[in-house]
Write a protein that binds this ligand. Structure first.
Ligand code: 6GU
Length: 245
């Protein structure tokens, strides 16, 4: 997969060299290029922002550098999927991460200040698929951290990036896996730590009992942390209702 990222703060993306993704890049599984938007300015001050038409607080990113950046990185007729991080976008979910992981080429356009002049997205939509995407109900200072989140969520789904394929299908929010329950508690050695034993069933070797216990724990945790998800679950039976009481 190819990933291009445009930002006025390329330094934000240093973490992409680390850990899982860093290794995937070195192995050639994902090809990431970070671009400085100011390369596409032409004035002495390398200006990327201006005051908003109609008034209001803050600054708006000017369209011209963005137009040139997108045309240079993705010259027509080539069409990456353009992702514009914004708190007013559609929610980023595991389902969208799975969709992105199937794309050959993603292009992320990071806005700062109050955002990018809306004509940039309107013009881009005429020649490539464009998603405006937010990562949660809070406001960040810019799209950079949201792009780090999305790139990490997507790249761990790429073939060969994770060692163990099962660790993807077991994920909280993995489509189909454990319905849509949060993952329950997990344990490793030693069997007793500070007077706390590991739950006995996990040492029993009874795989059916272990699977049932894990699902019950997942259901309890989901009810505690995400009652909205439990409300939408279909097919809860009497056993489940007892677990939730
Ligand atoms: Cl994608 N950008 C910004 N600036 N804030 C956010 C966000 C994105 N998602 C949630 N909050």
């Amino acid at each position: 997969m190819r990933i291009d990222i445009v930002s006025i703060f390329p330094e934000y993306f240093a973490p992409l060299d680390v850990s899982l993704l860093g290794k995937a890049r070195r192995r050639g599984l994902v090809d990431v290029t970070v671009h400085d938007l100011r390369e596409w300015t032409h004035d002495r001050h390398r200006t990327v922002d201006d005051t908003p038409y109609g008034g209001g607080p803050g600054m708006v990113m000017k369209p011209e550098p963005w137009g040139e950046a997108l045309d240079t990185i993705a010259p027509p007729p080539v069409t990456p999927r353009l992702v514009v991080p914004t708190p007013s976008g559609r929610p980023f979910t595991q389902a969208l991460a799975v969709e992105y992981a199937a794309e050959p080429w993603l292009l992320f356009a990071c806005g700062r200040y109050e955002g990018i002049d809306s004509r940039v997205v309107a013009a881009a939509r005429e020649r490539m698929p464009v998603d405006e995407v937010g990562i949660g109900d809070y406001v960040l200072a810019g799209g950079e951290v949201a792009v780090l989140v999305m790139v990490e969520a997507v790249s761990r789904l790429l073939p060969g990036v994770l060692g163990n394929l099962d660790s993807v299908t077991d994920d909280s929010f993995a489509p189909g896996a454990m319905e849509t329950l949060l993952e329950g508690p997990i344990y490793t050695k030693p069997p007793v730590w500070r007077d706390r034993p590991v739950p006995e069933v996990l040492l029993s070797g009874n795989h059916g009992a272990i699977a049932r216990w894990r699902r019950d724990q997942a259901l309890r945790r989901t009810a505690a942390h995400r009652p909205d998800l439990v409300a939408r679950l279909t097919g809860l039976d009497d056993h489940d209702r007892r677990v939730l009481r």
